[in-house]
Design a protein. Structure first.
Length: 207
């Protein structure tokens, strides 16, 4: 089994790429987190609506970790599996709530919780879609212009800047593959990004 994670901040185009990959890689299995239809997903919805303490990185991490645990207990991961978001999302969104001198301790705790205690499969590769906050916010504004509203994470620009800093830290620490989604100040086309992403996945899946 090869598990590849597509990661990125809100508005980076993860969902678009995840959907495009299903057309290009029909033999792969595709999963996405959180699973909002699960029991744990309902708790995550409450959290994102501001019903729980948003500042406790450890308790929030447990919500998302249990969502993955429940899914992995009920579904057998086999062959090439591509996930939109994974443990890496905790590493970005929850770690950013902590002081930087706590980041290493948090990551050690997180990986021990998810991969050792809960025995959730470790990814073979995480690919980070790198989009500047200013551009991703414009994409989010467009997404929610007709309906819906941003959750507590998507609507907090200062928080998202902290997440970007956390993403830069953990991607360098853990050897994530990064795709620069912007060229000359403009967002690359979904097709251009997709071609680069497919080449990365095919190389890893054949190793």
């Amino acid at each position: 089994m090869k598990l590849i994670v597509i990661e990125g901040l809100d508005g980076s185009g993860k969902s678009t790429q995840w959907e495009m990959l299903q057309q290009s890689l029909p033999d792969a299995a595709f999963i996405t987190f959180p699973d909002y239809d699960s029991h744990s997903g309902k708790i995550i919805k409450q959290y994102l609506n501001g019903e729980f303490d948003r500042d406790n990185a450890y308790s929030a991490s447990c919500f998302y970790a249990m969502d993955r645990y429940i899914y992995c207990q009920s579904s057998k991961l086999d062959g090439l599996t591509i996930s939109a978001r994974y443990t890496s999302s905790n590493a970005i969104y929850q770690m950013s709530k902590l002081a930087e001198n706590e980041w290493e301790t948090y990551l050690d705790w997180l990986y021990d919780l998810e991969f050792n205690k809960l025995m959730i499969p470790k990814p073979d590769l995480t690919v980070f879609l790198d989009v500047p906050i200013e551009i991703s916010q414009k994409l989010l504004d467009k997404r929610y212009s007709d309906s819906g509203s941003k959750d507590i994470h998507e609507g907090d620009l200062a928080f998202l800047r902290g997440c970007k800093k956390a993403a830069d830290f953990v991607s360098a620490r853990d050897g994530w593959k990064r795709i620069d989604c912007v060229c000359d100040g403009h967002l690359r086309s979904p097709e251009d990004i997709h071609n680069e992403l497919v080449n990365i996945i095919r190389k890893v899946s054949h190793d």
